[in-house]
Design a protein around this ligand. Sequence first.
Ligand code: WTA
Length: 652
Amino acid sequence: MSSVTSNIESTLHEDRVFAPPETFSRGAHIRSAEEYERLRAEASESPDNFWARMAEELHWFKKWDTVLKWDAPHAEWFGGGKINVSDNCLDRHLETWRRNKAALIWEGEPGEQRTFTYLQLHTEVCRFANVLKRFGVQTGDRVALYMPLIPELAMAMLACARIGATHSIIFGGFSADSLRDRINDAGCKLVVTADGGWRRGAEVKLKPTVDEAVKETPSVRTCIVVRRTGTRVHIEAGRDHWWHEVIETVDAHCPAEELDSEHPLYILYTSGTTGKPKGILHTTAGYLLQAHLTTKWVFDLKDEDTYWCTADIGWVTGHSYVVYGPLSNGATVVMYEGAPNYPEPDRFWRIIERHRVSVFYTAPTAIRAFIKWGEQWPLKHDLTSLRLLGTVGEPINPEAWMWYREIIGKGRCPIVDTWWQTETGAMMIAPLPGATPTKPGSATKPLPGIEADVMTRSGAPVGPNEGGYLVIKRPWPSMLRTIWGDDERYRATYWSEIDGVYFAGDGARRDADGYFWIMGRVDDVINVSGHRLGTMEVESALVSHAAVAEAAVVARPDEIKGSAIIAFVTLEGDRKATDGLKEELRRHVAKEIGALARPEEIRFSDQLPKTRSGKIMRRLLREIATSGGVQGDVTTLEDFSVLEKLRVHEEE
Ligand code: WTA
């Protein structure tokens, strides 16, 4: 069914429903649909009291004076409170039996293993916090982390949080230019990196990229380097220091700073519809509260669990569900550095079997790859330790959901499909595994305290099963507070598209049972393997090449990645369209942004189809990229012949 007003059409039809297994519900934190409804009702009748009651789960140096001050679109949560995230993730467990419980179990791609108990992790974090202080990092300063997935990354995050420095993690796949821009945008004083990391048997060098980036980052005074791969790297005297050397120069005494509830915890850059990434700002108390609660509710996390979220910490999923959420719950967290198919396509199942993982959280793109590699790989392993499966990052197609349920979960494990964003900080729409019946492909219902809705572009509600725009109608504790250095853009992007509500940028519909079905981005953002990329970013990178006059980038559905990037390019007059140039342009994008943005395909054309007002008609390009033909309305086209030429290229 579709709605004329919203222009979003939903075609997915799915009738299967899976009730929570009785044995699961019996032991769950939230045991029934009634209990969930009670929490929802409590939260919607008296949100402040509800969140205040929930906030009692955290450790506070001083309790808050007010729960929420909302001066739209700016929120202050738990004003007057004093709290520290690192204290909540570490110190408070030291007073309990968890002191010697495993906090992190890490596996490197080549196979080494390192385990840190809560006490050991605390010691390492305190020492690194003292290193940061030694190099002049103070409360409020920004620190960039550009690292592989190794324990030191979690330590560096918690050390920043401990002293009130704001971290900005830049995923290790980003290029020197991307790194430089992000460091400069936040004015980072110090960079923590490593010589390199391992991925699919090869070394991914990081330090040379940092060397390149910091040539043009005047704010950076110090660079701390973890020795991970042992490769030779340049050490700039006075600026660069080895982690293992400086850590020896400090002691392990470093009390956690008593920070304001709204103290900036981290900045994380994400793609938007313009070329410049947005520095999403998250603060302390509200963020921690929602990361903590959703980890407990949605993963139904218990002390006996061994929990593994496969996300890289460079993305928000790693922030909230590898580090802050699980550690504040005192969980045992598995971390794995490398690729899922190294040395063979059963690495994940090997890890689950070896560590007896009970709660497993991964992405639909990974599940689709596992399906392609074949079920013989998971079937080789004992996966009986699993009791709950989760997914995040993009819509999961029902058939992949069913495969996950049958082949990995053996029909026993509930699946939690969790919808949220970098901006929301924590899960927003997701099942409670002991309470919510699930439907393959639906993230089910909003969590208690979250008021989600589907609306038309003009803000009118839509009926059951009509497509529309996903919005959030009330502020929530872990919401982004602003875009770093650009509050106007924050207002314009999230709070001005539809009056009075948060605009998520996703299309959705709600069925007759109130279940949400997320349909993907409605803006110019492409979701490649669960990673967000703005079409504008890729276009800007292409146009920065001397041969390119104009470029338009669209998404084409891809079996494994969800979407693949297809670029339409017009060349400068004197340049020849050759396969060599295509390759060069693909490399150029990888250099400008990072390998994850490399277009799958480049198509040359003399002109791009445009409306009379000069806007590129991406809808047509999308159609051409997907099917090779065009059926849509073309009366607003500037030059009809352009379409013919694009089709001719398709046939070549
Ligand atoms: C998409 C990742 C459908 C969505 C946590 C959102 C999803 C964007 C789901 C945010 C899901 C995330 N079902 N789509 N369960 N989870 N998305 O900021 O388009 O990297 O807006 O945060 O991913 O991506 P981000």
